[in-house]
Design a protein around this ligand. Structure first.
Ligand SMILES: Cc1cc2nc3c(=O)[nH]c(=O)nc-3n(C[C@H](O)[C@H](O)[C@H](O)COP(=O)(O)OP(=O)(O)OC[C@H]3O[C@@H](n4cnc5c(N)ncnc54)[C@H](O)[C@@H]3O)c2cc1C
Length: 522
C-alpha cells in the first residue's frame, strides 16, 4: 500500500483496466476485493481517505439486523447472517462475537423477543454465533450492573458480530493489493470519459495532493460513492434526477463505566420507532443511532443537539446512571444513502430498502448503493457477477467467501491493546525492538505508541494526521479531546516519515482541530 508506487503504476501502465471503482468506502472496497481476487485488473479511487465518509461512522456491528427481521425482511436478514458468519471466520482479528441483552418489559416482550431472536439464530444456520434465550431479571442485572432495574422484568440474551469498520477497510484493501489491485486515496474522479458511441471507457482523475489531473481507461466504471452517487450520475448525464436522500445517524462515545461488563445492550423500542444500541468497543461504549433526513451530503456531517439529547435521554432511561453531555467523549455522524427512487409511473416515491441495488445507465455506468458494511463482500460478488454477465465474460466463481483478510490470526487476545493488527502486530513490535524510541507512548490513555504512527505511513497509506487519528487507530471517535492533545506529537512523527516541514505540522494540527471540534460537546 505505497501511494507513490501506485500512482506511478497508474500513470505509466497506460492500460485499460477491467474495473475502475469510484469510492473507497465499504462498497468500493468490497468490489475491489472481489474483482482483484478473481484476477481482474482493478483501480479503486477515493477522493479523500478510505472510509472518510459513512464507512468509518457505523455502529460497529456485523449483524443480520434484528430490526429488519421485525419488518419481515427475511431474505436480507438471512444474507447478512451468512456474511456475518463468513466475516468472523475470515477476519477474526477484527470481527468478534458480541453478546447483547435486551431489557424486556413484561411477559409479552419476553415471549416476543425470545421467539424473534430464536428465529434469528435459526436463519444463521451453522453460522449462528450462539443461542438466544430469556434470562431472569436477577441474571440480567448481574451481567449488566448498570441497568436501571425499573426498566426490565427479564432479559433476552442474543449474539451478533462486532467489528472495527476502518480497520476492516484497510486490511481488506491490503488483501486486494496483494491480489494486484491499485488502490488510492486522495484521488478524485472529476469526469467520465466516453467513446464515440457514448459508452463510458474511463475516468478523469485529480491527484488531490499534487493537484494534477490525468485520465485512466477502463472497461467498466463503477459508481460506489454512497451518498455522493448523484454527483457521479450527473457527470454521466446532467439530466439525471436526484436519487439519494441522505439520512443522518449519530453515535456518542461514553466511558466503559456506563457498561462495565462484556455485554452490549439493545433497546428495541425507542420514541422514534428505531432501536438503540450500547456496544462495548475498544475499552469504551458506542451508543446510537438516530435517523434524521438531511438536505446535503457532506464528508463531515455534524451531529445535531436534538440527536445527541435523544441518544442520551433514551440510554439514560435504561441505565441506573444517566449519561450527561459532559460524559460524552466523542460524538460522530454518518450518512445513510437512502434513496427516493421514482417508480416507473412517476407518481410514487419509495425508500430503497436496506438491501443493496445495482443499476446501469445507458452509457454503461454501474452504480451500487444501499446495503451495509456486513454485506460488503456479497455486494462485491453481486457486482462482479453482473459485470461478467453484461460483458459476456466467462463467469468465475467468487473467490472471497473463504478468503483470509490481511492480518488474519486465528487466536486473538482481545485484552491486548494492539490485537486489531492481527498478524501485523509482530512487525510493529519488531520496529520497537530495533529502535526503542518507536516504543515511546503517544497516548497512554488510548494505548498508542510511536511505532503505530510510522507503521500507518509505511504500510497503510496514512497521508495526514487525521488519517491516523481517525481511521488507522480510532482516537478521534474514542476520545476526541485526547486525540487533539496528541495531534502535535503525531504530526511530528509523521513529518519525519513523510519528509514534511514544521509549517506542514502546524497546518495539520490546525486542520485537525477544526474538524475535531465537531466531535466534542461544549
Ligand atoms: C449511522 C450509521 C450506522 C451504521 N451502522 C452499521 C453497522 O453497524 N453495521 C453495518 O453493517 N452497516 C452499518 N451501516 C451501513 C454502512 O455503514 C454503510 O452501508 C456503508 O458504510 C456505505 O458504504 P459506501 O461505500 O456505500 O459509502 P461511503 O462510506 O459513503 O463511501 C463512498 C466514498 O465515495 C467517495 N467519493 C465520492 N465521490 C467521489 C469521487 N468523485 N471520486 C472519488 N471518490 C469519491 C467518498 O469520499 C466516500 O469515501 C451504518 C450506516 C450509518 C449511516
Amino acid at each position: 500500500m505505497k501511494r507513490e508506487e501506485m500512482i506511478q503504476r497508474l500513470q505509466q501502465d497506460h492500460k485499460t483496466y477491467d474495473f475502475i471503482v469510484i469510492g473507497g468506502g465499504a462498497t468500493g472496497i468490497g468490489i475491489a476485493l472481489e474483482a482483484s481476487a478473481r484476477g481482474y485488473s482493478v483501480v479503486m479511487l477515493e477522493q479523500s481517505d478510505f472510509t472518510k465518509s459513512t464507512s468509518s461512522k457505523s455502529t460497529k456491528l456485523v449483524h443480520g439486523g434484528v430490526r429488519y427481521l421485525a419488518q419481515g425482511n427475511v431474505a436480507l436478514v438471512r444474507e447478512a447472517c451468512v456474511e456475518r458468519g463468513l466475516l468472523t471466520e475470515n477476519a477474526p482479528h477484527l470481527v468478534k462475537n458480541q453478546s447483547f441483552i435486551i431489557p424486556a418489559d413484561g411477559l409479552w416482550d419476553e415471549i416476543q423477543y425470545t421467539i424473534g431472536l430464536t428465529l434469528y439464530d435459526v436463519m444463521a444456520g451453522s453460522l449462528s454465533l450462539g443461542r438466544s434465550k430469556r434470562i431472569s431479571k436477577a441474571k440480567a442485572l448481574k451481567r449488566i450492573s448498570t441497568f436501571n432495574p425499573d426498566k426490565l422484568t427479564a432479559g433476552v440474551l442474543y449474539y451478533d458480530g462486532q467489528f472495527d469498520d476502518s480497520r476492516l477497510a484497510i486490511n481488506s484493501l491490503q488483501t486486494a493489493v496483494e491480489h494486484g489491485a491499485i488502490v488510492l486515496n486522495y484521488t478524485r474522479v472529476t469526469g467520465l470519459m466516453k467513446d464515440k458511441r457514448g459508452k463510458i471507457n474511463g475516468v478523469e482523475v485529480t491527484d488531490e495532493e499534487l493537484n494534477k489531473s490525468f485520465p485512466v481507461s477502463g472497461k467498466n466504471v463503477i459508481n460506489a460513492t454512497g451518498v455522493f452517487a448523484d454527483d457521479v450520475l450527473l457527470m454521466d448525464n446532467p439530466k439525471n434526477r436526484k436519487t439519494i436522500a441522505p439520512s443522518q445517524g449519530v453515535h456518542v462515545m461514553l466511558d466503559k463505566s456506563f457498561l462495565p461488563g462484556n455485554d452490549g445492550i439493545m433497546i428495541p423500542k425507542t420514541d422514534d420507532g428505531r432501536v438503540l444500541f450500547a456496544v462495548p468497543w475498544h475499552g469504551k461504549v458506542v451508543v446510537g443511532t438516530t435517523d434524521t433526513p438531511v438536505k446535503e451530503a457532506s464528508l463531515e456531517p455534524v451531529a445535531l443537539d436534538e440527536e445527541i439529547d435523544f441518544i442520551l435521554d433514551t440510554a439514560g432511561r435504561y441505565l441506573a446512571r444517566a449519561p450527561l453531555r459532559s460524559d460524552v467523549l466523542s460524538v460522530f455522524a454518518g450518512l445513510r444513502p437512502l434513496a427516493a427512487l421514482k417508480e416507473n409511473n412517476g407518481k410514487k416515491t419509495k425508500e430503497i430498502s436496506r438491501s443493496h441495488k445495482i443499476f446501469v445507465t445507458a452509457s454503461g455506468l454501474l452504480t451500487l448503493i444501499g446495503g451495509k458494511w456486513t454485506t460488503y463482500r456479497k455486494m462485491g460478488e453481486d457486482l462482479v457477477n453482473r459485470v461478467e454477465k453484461t460483458n459476456k465474460w466467462k463467469h468465475i466463481e467468487t473467490k472471497t467467501k473463504h478468503l483470509k483478510i490481511h492480518g488474519f490470526q486465528a487466536k486473538v487476545d482481545l485484552n491486548d491493546p494492539m490485537y486489531f493488527y492481527g498478524s501485523d502486530k509482530d512487525a510493529i513490535l519488531q520496529m520497537v525492538a530495533e529502535n526503542p524510541s518507536m516504543g515511546e507512548p503517544v497516548s497512554e490513555k488510548l494505548n498508542i505508541i510511536a511505532a503505530q504512527v510510522v507503521w500507518s505511513v509505511k504500510n497503510e497509506m496514512a497521508r495526514n494526521i487525521e488519517d491516523f487519528l481517525a481511521r488507522r487507530v480510532r482516537c478521534q471517535l474514542l476520545d476526541a479531546r485526547e486525540s487533539m492533545r496528541i495531534a502535535p506529537k503525531v504530526a511530528a512523527i509523521m513529518a519525519g516519515e513523510l519528509g514534511k516541514t514544521l509549517k506542514w505540522q502546524q497546518d495539520q494540527v490546525e486542520q485537525y482541530e477544526e474538524v475535531t471540534q465537531n466531535y466534542i460537546l461544549h
